[in-house]
Design a protein around this ligand. Structure first.
Ligand code: GLU
Length: 303
């Protein structure tokens, strides 16, 4: 990356820097608060920095004002970022530079396949009991099609197996070739893919520790692959279990999750804390956060 300060170091040798990276698709709900709280507690337990990054690159999904609402709710709950928040929509040139760099290294290629074409070829693959991953149709050229998206190559064969140790979930492995295939970094609609933006920003912001929801576990090998290609150090990961509703669905705006009531911050913290196994009867927000930090540190402080 352009920022050479972030290259070459290992996560453990650097000062702890964590982050909460919400997509502003609605107000903070219990599920996103649990993630925010876990990342805040882990940063405080390690006496590190805690940053907030608003991930608003998927603009059609963003709700105007949701970013401010999220930041205000966090502040009312006593969680203040150590640096001014950043917005991904203002950082697009960095994603373009990263893509250019990967292109220079021959690691990305334009893809002309439509969703339907990919789905059709995957149906054939299923019939033949083959892989369901992107079949690599455009790997060696567009075959006369117009370029739509940009994909990054994943390794073939044994090198495609990527494993990492998650602090909460334990060892995780994914075969990038057979489970996924070459994946999209720039979408056909011209928007940057989450996978590229998150890796570039975590790298440029010097993030050493990523604490987030377990719904992103299967994105992590893709992100580690990109970190390696871009020469970025690998952060440590901790994925907290996702909060589900009575139907067992992940809480989200789509599943009708209620917004956090910032007028009763202690009740919100108690509820979020209970999902993380934290219990404090402190009657004040600062007192609750201090006790919860101690409990978190006893369980999760890394050596
Ligand atoms: N923006 C993503 C989300 O809200 C989270 C990204 C991350 O923590 O890596 O689901």
């Amino acid at each position: 990356m352009a920022d050479s300060a972030v290259t070459g170091a290992t996560a453990n040798a650097r000062r702890y820097r964590g982050r909460f990276a919400p997509s502003p698709t609605g107000p903070l709900h219990l599920g996103s608060l649990v993630t925010a709280l876990a990342s805040w507690l882990d940063a405080r337990a390690h006496r590190g920095d805690w940053l907030v990054r608003i991930e608003d690159i998927d603009m059609p999904r963003c709700v105007p004002g949701a970013d401010r609402h999220i930041l205000d709710t966090l502040a009312r709950l006593g969680m203040h970022p150590d640096e001014p928040p950043v917005w991904q929509s203002q950082r697009q040139s960095r994603y373009a530079q990263a893509l250019q760099r990967l292109e220079g290294a021959g690691m990305v290629y334009p893809c002309g396949c439509t969703r339907k074409e990919i789905a059709d070829s995957l149906r054939h693959a299923r019939e033949r009991h083959q892989t369901l991953a992107y079949p690599g149709t455009c790997r060696n050229g567009l075959h006369g099609k117009l370029p739509r998206a940009w994909r990054v190559r994943v390794p073939d064969g044994p090198a495609a197996l990527l494993c990492f140790d998650d602090r909460w979930q334990g060892r995780q492995c994914q075969d990038l070739e057979t489970e996924l295939g070459d994946f999209v970094l720039r979408r056909a609609d011209g928007l940057w893919a989450y996978q590229l933006a998150v890796v570039v920003d975590d790298g440029l912001q010097g993030i050493t520790d990523i604490v987030r929801g377990a719904d992103l576990l299967d994105s992590t090998p893709r992100q580690i692959h990109l970190q390696r290609l871009l020469g970025l150090p690998a952060p440590a990961y901790l994925h907290v279990p996702v909060v589900v509703n009575a139907q067992g669905e992940k809480l989200s705006k789509q599943s009708g999750a209620a917004a956090i009531d910032a007028l009763d911050p202690l009740a919100a913290l108690r509820l979020a804390g209970s999902h993380l196994g934290l219990h404090s009867s402190s009657p004040s927000v600062p007192g609750w956060l201090t006790e919860a930090t101690g409990q978190w540190a006893r369980r999760w402080l890394r050596g």
